[in-house]
Ligand binder design. Structure first.
Ligand SMILES: [Cu+2]
Length: 157
């Protein structure tokens, strides 16, 4: 009897809150400063999945007319961006959205993205549900938010 009650309680908890969202860990998120309204912006981040297979299926933000998931594909000698329906986040895996690869694309910015601002972005996972992250806007050519990426003058790469 006790087991049944516990199971029922667990089921209610699962309905009440997106329990599986705890399996998804987002880090190193950043966006590059984009001065132009009407232009496009991109966000990069690392997703660690401590749970089962999942997929990033959408992203939402108020800063642009639409938000798409993009990847880069080689077209002859150049890499072009292409919209994708989802980005796979495999079981116990890590997925890096980085410059030159997968990214979250903000199409038609409604305000300029200024360095130092933090943008709330909601990531929508097929199984884990919605996860909100604050994405800091870095300098226009920034490659990452990690301290090791910020080389001082004279430092060797
Ligand atoms: Cu793109």
């Amino acid at each position: 009897m006790k087991h049944i009650i516990l199971a029922a309680a667990a089921a209610v908890l699962m309905l009440a809150s997106p329990v599986s969202a705890a399996d998804i860990e987002v880090s190193g998120q950043f966006m590059r400063a984009t001065p132009m309204v009407g232009g496009n912006g991109a966000a990069f981040l690392t997703i660690r999945n401590h749970g089962g297979d999942d997929r990033l299926v959408a992203a939402e933000a108020a800063i642009s007319k639409s938000v798409e998931l993009h990847t880069h594909v080689k077209d002859g000698e150049v890499f072009r961006m292409r919209k994708v329906d989802a980005i796979a986040v495999p079981k116990s895996g890590t997925v890096e959205l980085k410059p030159g690869g997968d990214h979250v694309m903000f199409m038609g910015l409604v305000e300029p993205m200024k360095e130092g601002v933090k943008v709330p972005v909601t990531l929508v996972f097929e199984r884990a549900g919605k996860i909100m992250v604050e994405v800091p806007v870095l300098a226009a050519g920034a490659m990452g938010a990690a301290p090791m990426m910020q080389h001082g003058p004279g430092m060797k790469h």
